[in-house]
Ligand binder design. Structure first.
Ligand code: SF4
Length: 228
């Protein structure tokens, strides 16, 4: 979410960002790490063209070495079945293209969802948003101001959801700015953050994150995406 202007310049990369940069993006390297023979995966690896592979080191260490059926591996390893298209299935099962403004989904009267960040730390093969046109939904600072004005002009909205992608892929200056602007809207009572990062990149829950989160004058709920 580089479009949001941070309060202070970011001088050093956070530890979690360094960990993220070490993620596996090449299926062959992940298979080597797991003591699995990449020759058995030649057809499957091609599916990374449909949706890139991305696996943080922490998550890779949770996968049992030498086990091709490990359930965590199956969540992240490209599969040739991804090329199969079945009648009756759609790439947009939730029909999320109708937004209430750039980066804003407003389906339910009392809550609004903000697509705070378009990327994820891990690319889950089953992701229902893998085809979402994130590139068409990047949000500028002015558009975030519009989103805030939209929330302010809808007094029935009492809950804001940070989603994405994974919202915790945004840095803390950006998140704190947006959260504080939302907290200043008097009818918003609750901030919900939907994230998978504590599971796949636990380094993300650091002092900088908990500091701004716990200072917010809102009820805060962290919704974890955990699969096993
Ligand atoms: S973390 Fe969530 S949004 Fe990101 S790829 Fe996985 S299922 Fe999709």
């Amino acid at each position: 979410m580089e479009q949001i202007i941070p309060k202070k310049p970011i001088s050093v990369e956070s530890n979690w960002q360094k960990e993220l940069a070490k993620s596996f993006t090449d299926p062959t390297k992940l298979l080597d790490f797991l003591d699995l023979d990449s020759k058995n995966y030649r057809q499957h690896i091609k599916a990374r063209r449909l949706f890139p592979m991305r696996v943080p080191r922490h998550f890779a260490h949770l996968i049992e070495k030498g086990n091709p059926n490990d359930p965590l591996l199956k969540q992240v390893m490209p599969l040739s079945d991804e090329f199969v298209s079945e009648p009756g299935y759609t790439q947009d099962p939730l029909e999320e293209h109708d937004t209430a403004g750039r980066g804003v989904l407003h389906k339910y009267d009392s809550r609004v969802l903000l697509m705070v960040k378009t990327g994820c730390a891990v690319n889950c093969r089953y992701c229902f948003r893998r085809h979402f046109p994130y590139q068409d939904n990047a949000v500028s600072k002015r558009q975030w101001d519009d989103a805030l004005a939209y929330i302010a002009s809808h007094p029935n909205i009492n809950e804001v959801i940070f989603s994405g992608g994974d919202p915790l892929m945004a840095n803390d200056n950006q998140l704190a700015w947006l959260a504080e602007e939302i907290a200043a809207i008097h009818h918003v009572k609750r901030l919900r953050i939907h994230t998978r990062l504590p599971v796949v990149l636990p380094e993300r829950i650091d002092h900088a994150f908990t500091t701004w989160l716990t200072r917010l004058p809102l009820q805060t709920v962290l919704v974890l995406h955990a699969n096993h």
